[in-house]
Design a protein. Structure first.
Length: 419
């Protein structure tokens, strides 16, 4: 049995741990010879369905505010104490689990460099595991990311410690190597895997709509900010826009607040929704694909997982991205909108009136049966799994492995289909 250790970056929202759990689940589902141990500080991991051959070590929670500053989320410890505690737990788990491959999420040295000692230890180990860095399609603006990677020695870390860098995205959408000025020694290790398609909906459209009391052909709007920690503004704007819309033109709407929305904000959402007979609210769903599949239009933020859910489902999306603490969501939404895959409203332009106008535009386009482009590069789980299996000797060939980025910048040629 081959052992895979996954380290999940986990300080803001649910995106990172959800993505790493999907990878872990796909690994054990597609190979009976793999077991996975996940290291994460996410306080929401218990809400996910954990299959056999996957377990986790819960690290003490870190938190990051919208200005990018880190701190303890729960324990009354200062940051150095908490990072030291986490680093010791990570080191102990790594020694005892003795992984064949380690998959590190996003930061080459981990949050606050908590992996630095473990990486050095593994590089000298007799049983040296293969090391893989996983990056989402977009990290932040080019200027900010280049500065962070240069300052923290991340390019050199890739060269020194990592066997591969897997990117769950497409270079035609965002050529990470070029945008972030990866030097040749780091760029040579980059492999693109494609975006991560979400699992198929577990409930039918008819079943979900019946549970919500929505007729099968009645227009349905879904509003969700993902994890919800900083999503109140989006939901409140949507509800205000709905309140301003005449009742006869107001679409049936379902709101999913997200499990990390502060209680006071969630209470305010429920209070505002209670005044609108066409609006229902729930806090959390572990089956977002079924909810998205039951909707006609979705209003969301621009997180990686949410965008992948929209791309997988083929539903029309209106994205209002966050712009703090980084520009990742804004850049993703702009690039996707440029290819017609979704619509984007910058936060400073997303007034209640403007948001509802964009929602109505999407309902009108749906009524006219206007085709929606579909992105073909949605094979991220298979791409990551093939690379990891090949590194630990479970695949004899690599002919179907993820594509390496060419030496030229991507220019056009993006494979789309019309829905």
């Amino acid at each position: 049995m081959k052992r895979v250790l996954i380290y999940s970056h986990d300080t803001f929202g649910l995106g990172n741990v959800r993505r790493m759990m999907e990878i872990a689940r796909h690994l054990v589902q597609t190979s009976p010879d793999i077991t996975v141990l996940l290291l994460t500080g996410s306080p929401m991991l218990h809400a996910f369905r954990i299959p056999q051959r996957i377990d986790y070590v819960k690290l003490p929670c870190l938190a990051r505010d919208t200005s990018g500053h880190y701190g303890a989320r729960s324990l009354p410890l200062d940051l150095p104490e908490l990072v030291r505690l986490r680093a010791n737990l990570i080191k102990s788990a790594t020694i005892d689990f003795a992984p064949d491959v380690v998959l590190v999420d996003k930061k080459p040295f981990g949050v606050q460099d908590e992996l630095a000692g473990v990486l050095e230890m593994m590089s000298r180990a007799a049983h040296k595991p293969r090391l893989v860095l996983l990056l989402r399609d977009i990290l932040d603006s080019a200027e900010a990311t280049r500065g962070v990677w240069q300052k923290n020695g991340y390019y050199e870390a890739v060269s020194t410690y990592y066997d591969e860098v897997l990117v769950v995205g497409s270079p035609e959408i965002f050529d990470l190597r070029r945008e972030y000025a990866f030097p040749p020694f780091a760029a040579a290790k980059v492999r693109y895997c494609g975006y991560i398609a979400r699992e198929a909906a577990s409930r039918s459209r008819a079943h979900v709509r019946a549970g919500l009391g929505v007729a099968l052909h009645e227009p349905l709007l879904l509003v969700t900010p993902g994890g919800g920690e900083d999503g109140y503004r989006l939901v409140a704007t949507a509800l205000e826009g709905l309140a301003r819309t005449p009742a006869q033109r107001r679409p049936r709407t379902h709101v999913v607040c997200g499990p990390e929305m502060p209680e006071a904000h969630r209470t305010a959402v429920e209070s505002a929704a209670a005044k609108l007979s066409q609006v229902s609210v729930q806090t959390f769903s572990d089956d977002m694909m079924s909810l998205i599949g039951s909707a006609d239009v979705a209003v969301t933020m621009g997180g990686y997982n949410t965008v992948c859910e929209l791309l997988t489902s083929g539903r029309r999306g209106v994205i209002v991205p966050r712009t703090e603490p980084g520009l990742e969501q804004l850049i993703r939404a702009e690039r996707m909108a440029r290819h017609g895959l979704l619509r984007m409203l910058p936060p400073d332009a997303a007034s209640p009136t403007a948001l509802m106008a964009e929602v109505q535009h999407q309902f009108d386009a749906l009524a006219r049966s206007e085709p929606l482009p579909r992105l073909k590069a949605m094979h991220g789980l298979d791409g990551v799994a093939r690379s990891l299996r090949a590194l630990i000797g479970l695949d004899e060939e690599r002919t179907a492995s993820p594509m390496r980025i060419s030496t030229r910048a991507a220019s056009g040629g993006l494979a789309f289909t019309a829905a």
